[in-house]
Ligand binder design. Structure first.
Ligand SMILES: NC(=O)C1=CN([C@@H]2O[C@H](COP(=O)(O)OP(=O)(O)OC[C@H]3O[C@@H](n4cnc5c(N)ncnc54)[C@H](O)[C@@H]3O)[C@@H](O)[C@H]2O)[C@@H](O)CC1
Ligand SMILES: [K+]
Length: 504
């Protein structure tokens, strides 16, 4: 699994490396600038040959320092390079100043960055204005930097598009969109969240030699990209009960489709058995629709408590199509009292948000799967903080929000969206890169199938965060594999192909 760092975590990594005496800031800056050039030549091979024209926008910090290195590397290849600097060159930090001076000593000019400083046909625009040091909203007129005649071929952002907050992926004020973003050593949280998808373009991460210090740290960063636990997903020998028995509760008559989708998802993801718990009035409706799934009549919360005494039931799902009546709340209380691993989705999230006693009954075996609206009902203050317009960097992020929520609820929280975040009560956090998801996942019933995937994996014995993270990745994988035209029913049916692709 790949760690994704905050700006502060990256700074402390660089600090430890430099304090070791084995690498200097100047060397890191040289590797960063060279790495950007290597990455952009790999991305656009046509730029590798022949002189081209570049405009490099340098900011007042070390991101600007990287810009001076890039300008030099390109000029050494015969490029025509113009450098525009924001601020006073004498105020640059030491390493950036050294690269500024080296550029000037080679006889090149630096012009002040201002309106219309980018003009004519530009093969490459290098954005080295702000990186991980963005501390406030950008007030500069970024669009006004270009004249009406300017034609830009390719745009590369150094570390992160200027204006994008490296911790939250939120645009502070305004941002310069890129076709390619080249970051250093590890990606940052902000590359995967919120507005990142709109401004980062393709993301490449280049090694600047901080690996030994990354490996040496006592504790890894809490946020990681989701990776699939292939060992745990593969089915080993055993009978059906060795792979767990999931119980998925349906709503009443006319509202059973969501739970049926979830149940099908739980079965496809490998639970040995899946039973639909159905109120008597919906029994005929469900019976006509199912084959491999089993059906059990469950009238009310006391019936449910009795069913849950069966130790062979290893996970429960409730919420899809559940309804918001008192009986539904009583069923949630019964499932929580059983202590069994449980996925609480949709209406269950809403009911728990309304009832402090239910919220207090959450335990470490629970997985809450709210989308934005349900999250706001469960954690209104956290949601309000996330929705507020950020006035400084680093801004509060979806990762911060999910981690606070998981800590407060004492259980795993899957905060859904194009940038789904899975947070555990233990302070761990997994992020699904938005490029892994597809817009076709925004379809009715897709969340029900996700709840089913999580339930099936819980039933198979995966721990809540592992089950939730794997389910999120598989869900996105099914959508990508199926492609355009996807509807929720297709997700479970595509899972076998995704498993085959993974070599299971
Ligand atoms: N520290 C190191 O050794 C390395 C740093 N690297 C580069 O250094 C960057 C971080 O450098 P810094 O910490 O100097 O930070 P930045 O270069 O990102 O920016 C900090 C500067 O921008 C100003 N600033 C912040 N927000 C502003 C706004 N909205 N409007 C106007 N000015 C604003 C700050 O006052 C400060 O002068 C990384 O993103 C990376 O590109 C790389 O060279 C790798 C090595
Ligand atoms: K930048």
């Amino acid at each position: 699994m790949a760690e994704i760092l905050t700006a502060a975590e990256m700074r402390s990594l660089e600090k430890v490396a430099m304090e070791s005496g084995r690498v200097t800031g100047l060397e890191l800056m040289e590797r960063a600038g060279q790495g950007v050039c290597d990455a952009l030549f790999a991305q656009w091979p046509a730029l590798r040959w022949g002189p081209h024209r570049a405009v490099v926008l340098c900011g007042p910090g070390n991101n600007g320092g990287d810009g001076f290195v890039i300008a030099r590397v390109l000029a050494e290849r015969g490029w025509l390079v113009e450098v525009c600097l924001l601020g006073d060159p004498t105020s640059l930090p030491r390493d950036a100043q050294a690269n500024h001076d080296r550029w000037c000593a080679a006889g090149h000019a630096v012009v002040p960055l201002g309106p219309g400083c980018i003009t004519g046909a530009v093969d490459l625009l290098v954005d080295a204005l702000f990186g991980t040091g963005l501390t406030r909203p950008v007030t500069l007129d970024l669009a006004g930097l270009m004249t009406a005649e300017a034609e830009i071929g390719h745009r590369v952002a150094v570390d992160i598009p200027s204006g994008l907050c490296a911790d939250s992926g939120r645009i502070l004020g305004a941002a310069l969109a890129a076709d390619l973003t080249v970051s250093f050593q590890t990606a940052k949280r902000g590359h995967y969240l919120a507005d990142a998808g709109e401004v980062c373009g393709a993301l490449r991460v280049v090694d600047i030699g901080l690996g030994p210090w990354l490996d040496d740290r006592a504790a890894v960063a809490p946020a990681q990209l989701i990776g699939l636990p292939l060992e745990a997903l593969a089915k080993r020998r055993g009978h059906k009960f060795s792979h767990g028995h999931a119980l998925v509760l349906t709503g009443g008559a006319g509202r059973t489709g969501a739970a049926r989708l979830a149940a099908r998802g739980a079965l496809r993801v490998g639970a040995g058995l899946v039973t639909l718990g159905v109120p008597p009035a919906a029994q005929m409706e469900v019976a006509q629709q199912i084959t491999a799934l089993m059906l059990r009549r469950i009238s009310d919360a006391s019936d449910l408590s009795a069913v849950l005494r069966d130790s062979r039931i290893t996970a429960v799902c409730l919420g899809p199509g559940l309804g918001l009546d008192e009986g539904a709340a009583e069923k949630i209380a019964a499932v929580l009292a059983s202590g069994k691993p449980v996925v609480l989705d949709a209406d269950a999230c809403t009911l728990i948000g309304q009832d402090p006693a239910l919220f207090d009954a959450l335990h470490g075996g629970c997985v809450l799967t709210p989308h934005g609206g349900e999250f706001a009902r469960l954690f209104p203050d956290v949601a309000a903080r996330l929705e507020a317009k950020p006035d400084r960097g680093p801004a509060f992020s979806k990762i911060d929000a999910a981690m606070q929520a998981a800590d407060r609820a004492g259980c795993c929280v899957v905060f859904k969206g194009p940038d789904t975040v899975v947070a555990g009560a233990d302070g761990s956090c997994r992020v699904n890169p938005p490029e892994a998801a597809t817009a076709w996942l925004a379809t009715a019933g897709s969340g029900d199938v996700l709840a089913g995937f999580v339930t099936g994996l819980l039933a198979r014995g995966l721990a809540p965060v592992e089950a939730a993270a794997a389910a999120v990745a598989l869900h996105a994988g099914c959508a990508r594999r199926f492609g355009p035209g996807l509807i929720a029913e297709d997700l479970p049916e595509t899972l076998p192909a995704v498993f085959r692709d993974l070599g299971l």
